[in-house]
Design a protein around this ligand. Sequence first.
Ligand code: SAH
Ligand code: SF4
Length: 381
Amino acid sequence: MNETTGKVNLLGLTQPQLEAFFEQIGEKRFRAGQVMKWIHHFGVDDFDAMTNIGKALREKLKARAEIRGPEIVSEDISSDGTRKWVVRVASGSCVETVYIPQGGRGTLCVSSQAGCALDCSFCSTGKQGFNSNLTAAEVIGQVWIANKSFGTVPAKIDRAITNVVMMGMGEPLLNFDNVVAAMQIMMDDLGYGISKRKVTLSTSGVVPMIDELAKVIDVSLALSLHAPNDELRNELVPINRKYPLEVLLAACQRYISRLGEKRVLTIEYTLLRGVNDQPEHAAQMIELLADIPCKINLIPFNPFPHSGYERPSNNAIRRFQDILHKAGHNVTVRTTRGEDIDAACGQLVGQVLDRTRRSERYIAVRQLQAEPAGTPGLERS
Ligand code: SAH
Ligand code: SF4
C-alpha cells in the first residue's frame, strides 16, 4: 500500500497475490492474468489502456490501485551496447540497473537494496552502508523499465532480456520476501517467462537464507567466494566470520543438489592484486571446491577511488585461470563491460541515503570519488 496515495501497487504482486487482490475487491480471480499481461508483457501503467477490461472495473481499479515503477533518474548507453539506469526508490536513495548484451543473450543485472550492510572490503556498494530494502515493485520494476526501453512488447515474444542476475546493489538474501516475489514474476509466463536456469541470485553467504530459498524457489545460485580460506575471507567478506566456509559450502551443496538436472553453483571470485590472486590461492580453491559441481567466474577487480585494491595484471589473471582449468574446472573471466558509463561490477554506487552513519545525509558518491577519502559528501539538509 502506498502511504501517500493509499493505493495498492499492482506491479510487485505475484499471480497468487494479484488473484487475492481481485477476490478482496469482489472480482473474479482470472482478472489477475489479464492485468499481469498488460503490466509485464505490454509495459502498461494506465488502467484505461487495458482494453479487455470493462469501464466499470477500470474505474474501480483506478480508485484502489496503481502501477508504479521506480522513478528513472537517468539512462545511459555505453559504446559497447551496455545500458545503465539509475532509478530512485521510495526511501529517496538511488540504485542502478545494468543491461549487458552479449551474443544472443541479454543479461539484466538487478539491484535488491539501496546500499548494503555487509561491507565487503572491495565493494563500493558496501562502502556506502545500508539504506533500505527495495520493495517487490522496485525490484521487478527494474525489469519492467528495462524491458519497456527496448520497445520489445510483448516481452515474451521478442526478448531483449534473456537472463536476470541479482548481482546489482545489495545482498538479495537480506531482502528475502521482496526478492523472491520479484523473481517469481520474472519466471511467470504472465510476467517475463524467463526460465529458472536463467534467473540467478548471487549471495555473499547468508547461510540460513540459502536454506530458506531452497524451500520456495529453484532459481540458479551464485556464491561470491573471493577467498579460498577462512582467514582471508574473514577479511574480504566479513559475513564469513558468522558463516565460515565449511557451513557455507555445505548450504550451497544442499541448494544445488536439490535442483538436480545437472545444475551447478556459480562461483564468483573477484581477483585482487597480491591479495587473493596467487597460485597458492588457486590451489586452495581447487581443494575447497573438489566435491562441488560448479563453474567459476573470475572477476578482475574494478577499481574505485580509495579502495586500496588493484586489479591484477592480465598475466596473473590468465595464470590463475589456467591453474583452475587444468584441474578440470570450467572457468571464465568476466570481461568488463560498460566501463565508460561506470556500469561494471562493483562500480554500482547509486546515491544512497546513508542511515548507518549517525546523521542522515546523502553520500554523493560521484562527488566523493572526486575528493579525498573521508569527505562527507553532500549534506541533505
Ligand atoms: N551482494 C551480492 C550481490 C552483489 S553481486 C553478492 O555479494 O554476491 C556483485 C558481484 O560483484 C559480487 O560477486 C561482488 O562481490 C562483486 N564485486 C563487488 N565489488 C567489486 C569490484 N569492485 N570489482 C569486481 N567485483 C566486485
Ligand atoms: Fe554487499 Fe555484495 Fe557488496 Fe558484499 S559484495 S558489500 S554483500 S553488495
